[in-house]
Design a protein around this ligand. Sequence first.
Ligand SMILES: Nc1ncnc2c1ncn2[C@@H]1O[C@H](COP(=O)(O)OP(=O)(O)OP(=O)(O)O)[C@@H](O)[C@H]1O
Ligand SMILES: [Mg+2]
Length: 217
Amino acid sequence: MIVALLNQKGGVGKTTLALNLAGEWARQGKRVTLIDADPQGSALDWSEQRGHGGLPRRFGVVGLARDTLHREAPDLARNADHIVIDGPPRVAGLMRSALLAADLVLIPVQPSPLDGWASAEMLALLSEARIYGPDLAARFVLNRCGARTVLARETAETLADHDPPVLGTTIGQRVAFAAAAQTGRLVSELDGDPPAAREIAALTAEIDRLGLGRGAP
Ligand SMILES: Nc1ncnc2c1ncn2[C@@H]1O[C@H](COP(=O)(O)OP(=O)(O)OP(=O)(O)O)[C@@H](O)[C@H]1O
Ligand SMILES: [Mg+2]
């Protein structure tokens, strides 16, 4: 399955969730490749830092920040159970290409009612990609949910019938994500089984239950 983390908004958690989802599937023994489709190269930086720290390689990170991505991804997918694409903020061409490659697009959003969750352009690109791939699935994932999760839950319920729907698993505002990333780690590699690691495991399980992509039941 090819899952792309996309949102034109910066700093919503695309890279954080892409790395940790990839890490969780790898931990389960799946063959995983992460495509860094962001010219900023944050996932590549993480991978490099990990190497410097002498940490074991869990999955390959490939830099593919070009809009031929959708033509190159299927080749990579042949040798992987999961491809995770870390998308760029803003760049429409790259976003379009990632949408064409994906079986599932996950749109991380912060559950603020004052926020337009996905820009009109993002939704337009999604509709456009569905002309070529009508089976392209899309879901919002609520990230950085604070103590006021009641709000997040209400918002999730309100939007459950919408397209794209909202995943039931939400990710909290947790320092573990930043702390892990700073040292080239995944939240599952931190001591003490932090809640962040359990949230990522739950998110992965919910995505698996969607049963999308090649080799799906
Ligand atoms: N659930 C979370 N709890 C706490 N911090 C988080 C969480 N998710 C992301 N962050 C932090 O927020 C910052 C932005 O996250 P991230 O880099 O994943 O966003 P992004 O969407 O990839 O940004 P960009 O658009 O610049 O690529 C990072 O410092 C990251 O550690
Ligand atoms: Mg990023």
